[in-house]
Design a protein around this ligand. Sequence first.
Ligand code: WT7
Length: 640
Amino acid sequence: MKDAHVSGMPAYRSLVAEADADLGAYWGRLAREFVSWRTPFAKTLDVGSAPFFKWFEDGTLNASYNCLDRHVERGLGDKAAIVFEADDGQVNRVTYSDLLARTCRLANALKTRGVKKGDRVVIYMSMSVEGVVAMQACARIGATHSVVFGGFSAQSLRDRIAGAGAVVVITADEQLRGGKQLPLKAIVDEAIALGGCDSVKDVIVYRRTGGQIAWDALRDRWMHEETETQDDTCEPEWVGAEHPLFLLYTSGSTGKPKGVQHSTGGYLVHAAVSTSWTFDLKDEDVFWCTADIGWVTGHTYITYGPLSIGATQVVFEGVPTYPDAGRFWQMIQDHKVSVFYTAPTAIRSLIKAAEANQAIHPGRYDLASLRILGSVGEPINPAAWEWYHEHVGGGRCPIVDTFWQTETGGHMITPLPGATPLVPGSCTLPFPGIAAAVVDETGNDVPNGQGGLLVVKRPWPGMIRNIWGDPERFKLSYFPPELQGYYLAGDGAIRDVETGYFTITGRIDDVLNVSGHRMGTMEIESALVSCTALVAEAAVVGRPDETTGETICAFVVLKGPRPTGDDARRIAAELRHWVAKEIGPIAKPKDIRFGDNLPKTRSGKIMRRLLRSIAKDEAITQDISTLENPAVLDQLMERN
Ligand code: WT7
């Protein structure tokens, strides 16, 4: 790839050297090249109130102007911004002009309802053009959006609405996935009925399926009625670079999910530069990121990154297995997708499906349009990497294994397709300008070949700015005092002795990664013990899984006697249902085991390492001499 945006290792190294020499000047140059500013910034990086770093603080801009208007202004109004494919296969092409007009109409509608700069708007939507438009409309008027993944329960949605103090919720009547109509509006109703959502004045409903829903005439508004009379132009609200563009709740190791707060200017710079370089996107490319807008991947690599650089992208409503597990390959063929970005868990499940049914094997489709493949969300094991490379990429497409997090805003460690020699299973080298390192518990570098904590030594534009409403938790979670002011990612990593390539070894805290979805073990434990009629105590651990990365395994002590046989299976099913209600179906423990007690140390700490071994059906090698009641181990080894 000679004409790549970053072509060859010398080009990569010179960018790294430029950033090393003057970090502020380096990102400042990119900020001017990739983003249009209403008021140019004079300051680049401000470390005065570290770790509350500020980037381009005296500059003003608007994210939606950058994603829409400026492309129309340079004559790209008729270019497809989004090629939307619905669950049932219907295709809808939306040009940059269309997307701008639709964004303006919704922005005007929000303004008519009194939404102002700085207000928070919760978006609880399925994958749709309207979902992207809702995010862009918020950005246009300076409202901070908080998208909640459509798979979260009413309780989780309530917590996020209340936590953000949202004034409006934007939702759809129902969502359509895999041929099934699933509720959205009904869950919003339920969330608001749970209480604590008095800040919500309006619920704006996109009519997707026309299914039956309850209606509150004082609060609920149809999106099409709200927007049809609105003007299709809307002056953007020019905001300071540090103005919060969005909140996105994510799981931590303790307590409730935290509202990760991102900026406008720095975030957009990181989104634009990384979309351009990591995916080497050119004008004629067709990009497809299969993530949901409810996760950060959908924010950065659907709503903001590709649109900010004027790319054409596919947005997909459905699931990879409907009408069959060849859907992704069919869509790549139909839309001539050239850059494809998905998660290892999807690849692994499609490998299984293709092995079981050769008719939907990627080899049966014309995938010649592909030139770059991407992976995100969890480590990609070498076997899956090889299959992806050979059967999807035809042996010719580089795979960019992109390591990053909700908190980092954009890619942190990733190959650049025209520069970095690839090694399956390694996310290779830091993105230019990202000071990633592996250190010990006191923040000192460990030699290559020796594992340690993954940190980032210097700030970067897309980084988390705060935890919404909890600056103390922000400091403690990400900049613990013992780490010399470095950003703590929460993952372990090891660098190759020769190449310095990074391999991520997994979370070092109690955060699980199930099918690329991040879940806190404490969160699931709280959900279980909140079933006060049944549960006395619960401990949750992850078990490695070939397809989903990890699965959730729960050890439960009931208030009543320990159940066995059919009773145990019935209660386990009940508890799974309970957790789905409390958090969402993605948090359901796959394996639930019952004991008279949990294994604890003398000081009363649950021996999680021991539970992890039991979950894996591993022989126990830990010292269990301090266990009060070793008989519980036999109980906990019993599967239901
Ligand atoms: C955690 C962040 C970043 C968007 C999706 C997930 C894991 C993510 C990789 C990768 C190994 C990865 C880490 C990280 N992770 N990408 N390429 N290789 N691990 O965002 O929900 O904030 O989760 O996902 O453990 O800390 P998230």
